[in-house]
Design a protein around this ligand. Structure first.
Ligand code: SF4
Ligand code: SF4
Ligand code: SF4
Ligand code: FES
Length: 377
């Protein structure tokens, strides 16, 4: 193997680009290495160790997400020592804090007591709000372990429920740091970071204040990247399980950036919104409006019919009546004062095609070049 930039993974040879990590080369070649703390596009922290692999000649297992590839490296990704190490890591994570989903197990535990504990921990009779949509739970099933091997440790910090959109449940945080990476390196809001030390370590905002009293702008990026149930959308908690929703891809209609998002729909209602990963222009990121500003869709206060103002108050009208009125008024203004007495303002909230039609309408029908767009303001 004299050629440059070659690595062997699980007996197969692959080429790599200088600077790539073992994880990146493996994923590029469809070799699955599990991860928890790794967040694509940010500086690797190597904190969870779930991604450990064996490198021949290395003294211990290495974190594949944080280890750059070197020429002629020989790597194994699923050997018995690796599997054993991952099992212990997952067991430790499951036993620290409140991971009362099914994989916590109920051996030797009275089921009623277990349910009462769930109710006490979550203020709900249901299991963890992200049951069925949790990377730690996925790994527990994959490696067939539960959290009962080690003594369970409880978290003192109470749930933070005072924020408008985000609920923080410190008892489920595994301190993976993905939220910190997302906030600081992707959204560059620098609102949260690790605080305290040792077993007291927790994610804090503004010297350990609620998110609402910090620099947080509630973009919700941290919620989207949290692999467990430590950060959840406040309105969604216990309202829906992942398999009950249909995901429909669409474009955010709030501004001209055109972020790609998924509407999570249940019973014909939008329940939550997430960004579409790996797709331009937003690559999964959203702002507060795109992520949380969707309740208007089902609002009973939405207009369902045109309104015409008469004698200072509005009355319902048909579309035909409303359009006739507008056409007559525009014609009258044009006849009396000329086409340049009319101006048309369009919006970033409508589509390119609709803006194009507005442009045609102004120049071709009204015969004025007075047309502008709110995005220029
Ligand atoms: S919502 Fe956005 S700004 Fe606030 S902590 Fe999360 S990532 Fe940071
Ligand atoms: S809140 Fe979630 S993303 Fe942040 S450190 Fe805890 S588990 Fe990780
Ligand atoms: S998510 Fe925010 S930035 Fe993206 S299109 Fe919607 S409003 Fe614009
Ligand atoms: S994913 Fe590599 S250390 Fe966590």
């Amino acid at each position: 193997m004299g050629t440059q930039n070659l690595i062997v993974i699980n007996g197969n040879e692959f080429s790599f680009e200088p600077g790539e990590t073992i994880l990146e080369v493996a994923r590029k070649n469809d070799i699955d290495i599990p991860t928890l703390c790794h967040l694509k596009g940010t500086t690797p922290t190597g904190s969870c160790r779930v991604c450990v692999v064996e490198v021949e000649g290395a003294r211990s297992l290495v974190a594949s997400c944080a280890t750059p590839v070197s020429n002629n490296m020989v790597v194994h990704t699923e050997s018995p020592p690796i599997i054993q190490a991952r099992k212990v890591i997952i067991q430790l994570l499951l036993s620290s804090g409140n991971h009362n989903c099914a994989i916590r197990g109920s051996d030797g535990q009275d089921w009623t007591q277990f349910q009462l504990k769930v109710q006490k921990d979550d203020d709900s009779s249901e299991l963890c709000p992200v049951w069925g949509d949790c990377r730690l739970q996925d790994l527990a099933y994959r490696y067939q372990v539960s959290g009962e091997k080690f003594l369970a440790t409880e978290t003192e910090t109470p749930m933070e429920t005072v924020n408008p959109f985000i609920l923080r449940d410190f008892s489920r945080c595994i301190n993976c740091g993905r939220c910190v990476q997302a906030c600081n390196e992707i959204q560059v809001n620098n609102a949260i970071n690790f605080g305290y030390r040792g077993s007291s370590t927790k994610i804090i905002a503004a010297g350990d204040r609620p998110l609402k009293d910090s620099d947080c702008v509630f973009c919700g990026e941290c919620v989207q990247v949290c692999p467990v149930g430590a950060l959840v959308e406040k309105d969604v908690r216990y309202q829906v399980r992942p398999w009950e929703t249909e995901q429909i891809r669409t474009t955010c209609s709030y501004c001209g950036v055109g972020c790609q998002l998924y509407l999570h729909i249940k019973d014909n209602q939008v329940i939550k919104i997430t960004g579409v990963e790996d797709v331009p222009p937003n690559y999964g990121n959203l702002c507060v409006k795109g992520r949380f500003g969707f309740h208007f869709i089902s609002s009973t206060e939405r207009l369902t019919t045109p309104l015409i103002k008469e004698n200072g108050s509005f009355r319902d009208a048909t579309w035909e009546e409303a359009l006739d009125l507008v056409a007559n008024r525009l014609n009258k203004i044009k006849d009396e004062h000329g086409p340049d007495s009319i101006g048309v303002l369009t919006s970033a909230r409508i589509t390119n095609e609709e803006n194009y039609i507005a442009n045609k309408f102004a120049r071709g029908i009204l015969k004025t070049n007075n047309i502008d767009h709110c995005a220029r303001l």
